[in-house]
Design a protein around this ligand. Structure first.
Ligand code: FEO
Length: 161
């Protein structure tokens, strides 16, 4: 594999694990706000992010590349309210989309067709991730910020497995 593409994929393993960590932080925030449905939704999201990291990890190893297990950054983000929490998740998903697109650009430039095929799954996934995070922002914006405003939505969100 082209060196730049391998480096970007390596870095993305770390970024997906950081995403899991960020969502765990958001889940914790909602737990402490007495919104267990939101907390559970973001905990499931954190698990999904670990799966994304493992997909890339396995791909690199299958392709005969090494995987550098570098330090995962601390989560510094402390939401002041529910809207700030869901907006940060949305902002983060747009950032991740841009990072995936950078890897795709490198794979295209290197004529690495296999990695392009592998990344197609992530391109599709990011469309879904952005849709979900955008919808969540819209709902919280409409309903309001307090646990009382979000009570019904909280119950609905607890069904995500
Ligand atoms: Fe792994 Fe939410 O992107």
């Amino acid at each position: 594999m082209n060196k730049k593409t391998a480096e970007l994929l390596n870095a993305q393993v770390n970024k997906e694990l950081y995403s899991a960590y960020l969502y765990l932080g958001i889940s914790k925030f909602f737990s402490r706000q007495n919104l267990p449905g939101f907390a559970s939704w973001y905990k499931v999201q954190a698990e999904e992010e670990q799966e994304h990291a493992m997909k890339i990890y396995d791909y690199l190893l299958d392709e005969g590349e090494d995987v550098e297990l570098s330090e995962i950054a601390a989560v510094k983000f402390i939401p002041k309210d529910a809207l700030e929490a869901v907006k940060e998740a949305d902002r983060h998903e747009h950032y991740i989309t841009a990072e995936i697109e950078k890897i795709m650009d490198a794979a295209v430039k290197a004529k690495d067709y296999r990695t392009q095929l592998f990344l197609n799954w992530f391109i599709t996934e990011q469309a879904e991730e952005e849709k979900n995070s955008g919808d969540m922002c819209a709902k919280v914006e409409i309903l309001g910020n307090s646990a009382k405003d979000l009570w019904h939505l909280d119950r609905e969100l607890s069904s995500r497995k």
